[in-house]
Ligand binder design. Structure first.
Ligand code: GLN
Length: 389
């Protein structure tokens, strides 16, 4: 038989994130694996979506999204991200920020083009880039603060660099890039005529008073930055699949056409519904940050009590932890045994590294859970040693 699959999907497998969720359901466990974020959606958003369905807002929207939503996104991006943009022609509503990244990667990457990626990385970023046949250059983030070697970054840039991918705050390690780090990245992009694609989906989830800085707000970056974000994490609606891209007009035009080809448009009534998110008061965001900080600290404490070395994140809602001498052969065994014995799902650390060895002693935990579920999961983690004995 002829070769069935295209070369571009060679080696592609189901992610550990998806796999662990399936395993977790089988044992009715608590899922600290996939970043599901199973908290209630704000009533004003739900009401607006229900109203849109009742009013039959059921047909295709413009390929880049409905006017009102694009204008509200543009306003937020100008105010919060300090990125200037025009709602007409520079903002695209996508099916999730994953949809944004797929469109950007398809639009920008020729086979063999170099893309710089920080490691640990989010596996979906990596695999989408692999499907686009990018040549990947990795920059290692080092725990506990996830700093990196600036000189190594300079060496990674070349005339073949198409873009650097920034994910701030980052999944899975929670690094929040500083203004100085981003200024250096910006200088390198300008020097090598490279683009910056930045995934800022966790932009409102920051700890210990940290501030979010968008690469697109830095001088000289307005023409070379593609800013991606979305509603999933900030408004706890991961299944609504609503994300967006902001890009300079010539790039945005192509990204909008790709969005049309891939999805035609994001779901119409949900676009109408999510407009209401922009009416939430400032306290919504401060409360969210406060709640996640409490949940982070609980998870850190539980892992320490279990004898692990957690690396407290600076932002987002995942944490990598080194399980040290708990007696697991490797990360796969750790995730399997923790699920079997304690009925808590976590993700094996090797899923986040180019060399799986780097994650062999790590697991990722997601604490975006309802408080009672997280309390119970933390109780189970604290008693892990006793359960394993
Ligand atoms: N972003 C989430 C995570 O890292 C969910 C990803 C997914 O389900 N594909 O867990």
């Amino acid at each position: 038989m002829k070769q069935v699959f295209a070369d571009r999907i060679e080696g592609l497998q189901q992610s550990d994130i998806r796999r662990m969720s399936l395993e977790c359901t089988k044992v009715d466990g608590i899922n600290l694996g996939q970043g599901i974020c199973d908290q209630p959606v704000e009533p004003i958003i739900k009401k607006a979506a229900i109203k849109a369905i009742q009013e039959d807002r059921s047909i295709y929207t413009r390929l880049d999204g409905i006017d009102e939503l694009r204008h509200r996104i543009a306003g937020k991006v100008r105010d919060y991200n300090k990125v200037s943009c025009d709602a007409d022609g520079e903002v695209i509503v996508n099916v999730g920020s994953t949809g944004s990244f797929v469109a950007a990667s398809l639009a920008l990457v020729n086979p063999g083009d170099e893309v710089i990626l920080f490691s640990p990385f989010y596996g979906y970023h990596l695999n989408i880039l692999k499907v686009c046949q990018a040549t990947l250059k990795y920059i290692t983030l080092r725990p506990p603060d996830w700093s990196y070697d600036a000189a190594a970054l300079e060496v990674a840039f070349s005339k073949r660099t198409k873009f650097i991918l920034v994910n701030t705050p980052s999944n899975p390690c929670g690094k929040v890039f500083t203004r100085d780090e981003l200024a250096h990245i910006a200088d390198l992009c300008k020097k090598h005529d490279a683009l910056c694609v930045t995934d800022e989906i966790y932009e409102y989830i920051l700890y210990d008073g940290r501030r979010h800085v968008s690469p697109g707000s830095l001088p000289g970056m307005e023409d070379r930055t593609i800013t991606i974000s979305g509603f999933s994490k900030t408004y706890a609606m991961t299944g609504w699949r609503l994300g967006y891209t902001v890009a300079p007009r010539p790039i945005a035009q192509k990204l909008a056409i790709l969005n049309d080809l891939i999805n035609v448009c994001a779901p119409s009534p949900l676009q109408h519904g999510v407009v209401a998110a922009f009416d939430l008061p400032e306290s919504y965001y401060t409360n969210m940050r406060r709640d996640y900080q409490i949940k982070r600290d609980m998870t850190v404490a539980a892992c320490r009590e279990a004898g692990m070395t957690p690396y407290p994140p600076q932002g987002a809602y995942y944490m990598l932890a080194d399980f040290g001498d708990l007696g697991f052969k490797d990360d796969q065994e750790a995730a399997r045994v923790i699920l079997d014995r304690s009925r808590v799902a976590v993700i094996p650390g090797s899923s986040f590294y180019p060399d799986p060895e780097d994650g062999r002693k790590q697991i990722r935990l997601c604490y975006a859970k309802k408080m009672p579920d997280l309390e119970e999961a933390c109780r189970r983690i604290r008693t892990l040693r006793a359960v394993l004995a």
